[in-house]
Write a protein that binds this ligand. Structure first.
Ligand code: SF4
Length: 344
């Protein structure tokens, strides 16, 4: 026997199994952070909806190793989500290599769940997940036009007003070299449009600086985009070649020192944007999911904070809270990453 769990406590069963038999991991390919499913606290879980990818970004080897997109049927994903929620999960983190492409490989096949038909498609998946009454957070979304369809669900509070969109760059020429969609004006227009519909939308993104051939002017285009888009959460990496990636053959590899210098500049610009945006939350009351309790208070996250990658909310009087509990917090202070407050 590995563990004694409650009835339908799927999360604990999986945790015990993974403790006894850790799943093989590949740090280059797995989407789940290195903490893995086994160490994910009981109150949130990663929900993988597909494997592989139809894109061919020049810096990435995932498609050559994992193949083209293979979507899990929507009913299977919803059944897994339902089990996780029955097991105590309060937040589902939808992951894939390209969430917005979900179902394209199966022509958006229709499946039945709880007596209702759902298409294997991002919007319909979100509608199904919203029936579960927990937080749903979308990761790895491309800014395609059909992403507009999930805005009403966010505006109605059915899924979290949060989008993780890895833009990677903002110079059309660099995006073309990366083999990624390159219409930056359309992207900015789309972001503004989303924010009109969902004013509290959090947009998270990742970028690569120092991609082969990136000039000073193109790097500045990226900084201009950052200032104009006012993204909420941003991660950035200095470009580093991956064995087997097409981008390694591109001319004009950027000097390491220059890459680091650009990364520093990029992060400084973003820290200013982030600090200003978080400052606007001071005085507001926000919903927080509690993650950890210590002797001096508790740490939790709001709709704007995905676990592991974003900031957090410190609750100064949260000593008696429990992990997995939802509470309202009045924000009293903010820095460039985190918020600090007290129970409302
Ligand atoms: S980086 Fe590009 S090719 Fe690689 S998984 Fe993401 S979308 Fe697919």
């Amino acid at each position: 026997m590995l563990a004694i769990t409650g009835p339908q406590d799927y999360a604990s069963v999986m945790s015990a199994v993974h403790k006894a038999l850790p799943p093989a991991r590949n740090k280059f390919l797995d989407l789940v952070p290195d903490t893995g499913v086994k160490l994910t606290p009981k109150h949130y879980a990663y929900l993988k909806i597909s494997e592989g990818c139809n894109h061919r970004c020049s810096f990435c080897i995932i498609p050559s190793m994992r193949g083209d997109l293979v979507s899990r049927p929507v009913d299977q994903v919803l059944i897994e989500a339902e089990k996780l929620v029955k097991g105590g999960v309060k937040e589902l983190l939808v992951i894939s290599q390209d969430t917005s492409a979900y179902g394209v490989d199966v022509r958006y096949a229709e499946r039945e769940w709880r007596g209702k038909q759902y298409r294997t498609r991002m919007t319909e998946l979100c509608e199904g997940l919203s029936e579960l009454g927990v937080w749903t957070r979308l990761h790895y979304v491309y800014p395609y036009p059909h992403v507009d369809e999930v805005m009403p669900l966010m505006a109605e509070g059915k899924i979290l007003p949060y989008l993780d969109i890895p833009f990677q760059h903002a110079s059309p020429r660099i995006l073309k070299l990366m083999k990624r969609p390159g219409n930056v004006d359309k992207t900015l227009e789309r972001i503004q449009n989303w924010r009109r519909h969902v004013p509290d939308l959090t947009i998270r993104s990742t970028f690569i600086v120092g991609f082969p051939g990136e000039t000073d002017a193109e790097f500045n285009e990226l900084l201009d985009f950052l200032r104009e888009a006012e993204l909420d959460r941003v991660g950035a990496f200095a470009y580093s070649p991956v064995d087997g990636a097409k981008a390694n053959e591109l001319p004009g590899q950027v000097d390491e020192e220059l890459k680091e210098d650009r990364l520093e500049q990029f992060m400084a610009v973003q820290a200013e944007i982030s600090a200003a945006k978080l400052q606007r939350k001071v005085g507001k009351t926000i919903r927080v999911l509690v993650d950890e309790i210590d002797a001096d208070g508790a740490w939790g996250r709001s709709s704007a904070d995905a676990p592991e990658i974003d900031g957090a909310v410190r609750i100064d009087d949260g000593q008696l809270l429990k992990a997995g509990q939802f509470v309202d917090v009045v924000v009293e202070e903010a820095d460039a990453h985190d918020l600090y407050g007290r129970l409302a």
